[in-house]
Design a protein around this ligand. Structure first.
Ligand code: ZN
Length: 312
């Protein structure tokens, strides 16, 4: 699954060891993953994009997060969002690949460039983006309003006023492929489209899990709320981190017990039942031409759909 293929050891035991982290931070082999206003540094040019990094010579003047280690080096994310254009250009001129070779690059939104990246690179950039986002947006204590400070290598934020401790949050969202089977007829799959999506794109339904709700309950509630379809036999398939900005997508299949669709217009512009043959004729997210399209290739929605198409 895209964004979940990182080979990095998160090395939790090092997070509380400030001395060890400081030594790693300045080591020649260390690589820094810069994040600028949520954007990630990637190569430019005709070749498929790759993640770009900085070496350890960048001064520690920006908020940093220890990401972990692999067999060769340590990785830190660096939030460079306060850089002006001149400083940013200079920083980009120092960009290198994982082996330290200089490369030309630019800051790009992972939401756009993610599907084109190698899995390992996409996973590393998603991890860095998620933690930088959380640190940026967890500035004040929810209990007493004091400024929080970063500890444990950027994985904990602490309030010196009331001792409150904040941990990185991930919002669980269920995403489900709903199918309908009737003897003697082609199997059907329910897909919908959000009013905000590019023309023609249809995808699986999805929604956030609410307090006091099991994942299976969330699946059934969301499908009923959005499309007025009743479901049963909810089965877990797979999950995917989705740092846009801080979700984890929990993928399910469910069987419909009713087929009449009535869309909630605030959630769905349209929803329809499709056969496997119909889905095989769909184009892809990003295609220029008109017509039906499947969701982006880096999404668990696409994984669920491709999986279903492949089963017959
Ligand atoms: Zn506090």
């Amino acid at each position: 699954m895209h964004y979940s293929q990182s080979s990095i050891d998160r090395a939790d035991h090092l997070r509380k060891d400030a001395t060890a982290l400081q030594q790693l931070r300045v080591a020649d082999s260390t690589r820094l993953i810069p994040v600028y206003e949520g954007k990630s540094l990637t190569t430019t040019g005709d070749a498929p994009p790759k993640a770009l990094m900085l070496d350890a010579t960048l001064p520690s003047t920006h908020p940093e997060v220890f990401l972990g280690t692999d067999n060769q080096r340590a990785y830190f994310a660096v939030d460079v969002s306060t850089l002006d254009e001149t400083a940013r250009t200079e920083l980009i001129s120092c960009a290198c690949d994982i082996d330290g070779n200089k490369q030309s690059g630019a800051f790009n939104d992972l939401r756009n460039i993610g599907p084109l990246l190698p899995d390992d690179d996409g996973s590393l950039l998603a991890y860095a983006r998620g933690l930088v986002y959380w640190n940026q947006h967890t500035r004040y204590c929810v209990r007493c309003g004091e400024l929080l400070s970063s500890t444990n290598g950027g994985h904990v934020r602490h309030c010196s006023g009331c001792d409150y401790i904040a941990f990185p949050r991930t919002d669980p969202a269920v995403i489900m492929l709903v199918t309908y089977q009737e003897a003697g007829a082609d199997d059907l799959c329910l897909l919908g489209r959000s009013p905000a999506w590019p023309e023609g794109v249809f995808s699986t339904l999805a929604g956030f899990v609410e307090p006091g709700e099991s994942l299976e309950m969330a699946v059934r509630r969301e499908v009923l709320e959005e499309a007025s379809v009743h479901t049963t036999n909810v089965r877990y398939v797979a999950s995917q981190p989705w740092p846009f900005p801080r979700s984890i997508m929990l993928g399910f299949e469910a069987q419909a017990t009713t087929t009449r669709i009535q869309c909630d217009p605030t959630e769905l512009a349209d929803a329809q039942w499709f056969t496997r043959d119909q889905l095989r004729s769909f184009g892809n997210w990003g295609d220029e031409d008109k017509g039906y399209k499947l969701p982006r290739t880096d999404s668990i929605a696409r994984h669920l759909i491709d999986r279903w198409i492949g089963t017959a």
